[in-house]
Write a protein that binds this ligand. Structure first.
Ligand code: GDP
Length: 466
């Protein structure tokens, strides 16, 4: 080949590379986790760090920022107009308020879009124009919605059977009396008012399981976090735990109506979520609050562990072929975060990551098998404590200092985080006491204080900012 042809082929190759890279210029990062795992704080902090990254960023673990290649980031209008916008400004108003307060938590799907301008290291693109742009969508949604995935494989009868089994646990039975009584007849005619009241009592029961027993495995997930479907008939049914119908009840009976609604719930809400949202995510962050269940006790911790395992099933595509066919997900990186790491002293961060690794190990293996890159981190999106030293019996101990939610100064050693799933005896003499802190007074002119949020940024965005 002559020299010209050679050069032409090199140029063509490089042009292809540019086109491929141009396709990469947009990325959807989804953030999930159970209620109160810290999603709202995490997204607020991420937006805030990005907006400050070019000027006063303190993000040494994020290569592009440390190398001074981030030129700026700003919020721009999102493209999906039907999805509510993440309430970033409102969150900041709370954080910078007097007294400082935490932002209102997540209740449904919300998103925010950022435009990041940076200097590329890629030789050709640097040559072409020097400055590159990456659009990042951050999407927030409740982890409770992922708990519904197994419902897709269950019939109304099978699901009802499952709930009946759960009700054998005395503590659940006790909470359930308000909806279990009186007994309903499968063949009785469906009437709107009593049926919706029954569904309301069942929903109250699900909320009580969460509030009073610290349970996370709440199904159907939309009953407790309905998003835009609050009050819709789709959320007005209950599992059938009374006398079974003799045959297939006719249309218009209570049983048949509940069964239809269950099927519609599966189709519109569960499957709909995977089709409309999940299938479009590029990367996923799963937040886990390991500390609160350590406080709450063995039952709460065990339940959280099960809930996380269920959440992970959404990433185990290979197990069922219909799953891949229906949603063709494209997630290539999965980040697990032990949130609120500022609640424990720094030497506990190692055990905290290790505990998280154990919690997500099975699903993580499956994700790897799918070719998804995974990482576990302990971080604080918004650091609300300082590290200090306490004194007891004439000896110094590591401690954290902050302000309680009621405004009282606190200095404490919350305890040792177990580095594995705690065995039964751990719970007998565990002295874990983790307290909620109010955010520190902060300046709106500086980036929010954090722990290792930059490591998360590096994992999530690093390769796209080369
Ligand atoms: P969501 O329900 O997942 O959106 O959870 P939030 O982001 O609203 O967090 C729930 C609560 O956890 C907040 O109100 C804070 O009390 C606490 N929290 C969340 N993130 C942090 C953090 O980084 N540090 C501390 N100290 N507390 C946090």
């Amino acid at each position: 080949r002559n020299k010209f042809e050679q050069q032409w082929s090199v140029l063509q190759h490089k042009a292809n590379e540019v086109v491929n890279r141009v396709r990469d210029r947009h990325i959807r990062l989804a953030v999930t986790g159970l209620s109160r795992s810290g999603k709202t704080a995490f997204i607020t902090a991420l937006v805030n760090q990005l907006e400050h990254a070019a000027i006063d960023g303190r993000l040494p673990l994020w290569d592009a920022q440390r190398q001074g290649r981030i030129l700026g980031a700003r919020r721009v209008p999102q493209q999906n107009l039907h999805i509510p916008t993440f309430a970033y400004e409102r969150g900041l108003d709370s954080l910078f308020g007097d007294p400082p307060a935490w932002p209102e938590p997540t209740r449904g799907v919300a998103e925010v879009r950022l435009e990041i301008r940076y200097r590329t290291r890629h030789p050709l693109r640097r040559h072409l124009g020097e400055i590159s742009t990456l659009y990042v969508d951050l999407v927030d949604y409740p982890g409770e919605w992922l708990l519904d995935l197994p419902l897709l494989d269950l019939s109304y009868e099978q699901w009802s059977e499952q709930v009946e089994q759960q009700l054998r646990r005395p503590e659940l039975q006790q909470l359930a009396t308000a909806w279990l009584e009186p007994r309903w007849q499968a063949e009785q005619a469906f009437e709107e008012k009593p049926a919706s009241e029954l569904a309301m009592r069942y929903t109250d029961y699900l909320h009580a399981c969460k509030r009073e027993l610290g349970l996370h495995l709440i199904q159907p997930g939309r009953f407790v976090l309905p998003g835009e479907f609050a009050g819709a008939p789709l959320l007005q049914f209950v599992p059938w735990v009374w006398d079974k119908p003799a045959g297939e009840p006719a249309d218009g009976t209570l049983y048949a109506t509940f069964k239809q609604r269950f099927e519609q719930y599966k189709q519109h809400l569960v499957q709909g979520f995977y089709e409309q949202h999940f299938a479009g995510f590029d990367r996923q962050i799963v937040l886990v609050d390991c500390l609160q269940p350590l406080n709450a006790g063995a039952a709460s911790f065990g339940d959280m562990q099960q809930a996380i395992a269920r959440i992970m099933e959404s990433f185990a595509y290979g197990k069922s072929n219909w799953w891949r066919r229906l949603f063709s997900p494209r997630i290539d990186k999965l980040l697990f975060v032990a949130s609120k790491a500022d609640h424990v002293t720094p030497e506990q961060h190692g055990p905290l990551v290790s505990l998280l690794q154990h919690l997500v190990s099975s699903g993580r293996g499956q994700a790897r098998f799918e070719g998804i890159e995974t990482e576990c981190l302990a971080l604080a999106a918004i650091k609300a404590t300082e590290v200090g030293k306490g004194q007891a019996n004439g000896r110094e101990f590591p401690a954290i200092r902050g302000t309680s939610l009621d405004g009282e100064p606190l200095l404490l050693f919350p305890g040792e985080v177990p580095s594995q799933i705690p065995p039964a005896q751990w719970w007998q003499n565990q002295g874990f006491d983790f307290q909620a802190f109010r955010p520190l007074p902060m300046s709106a002119h500086q980036a929010l204080p954090h722990i290792r949020l930059d490591a998360a940024l590096e994992f999530l965005l690093g390769d796209h900012l080369e």
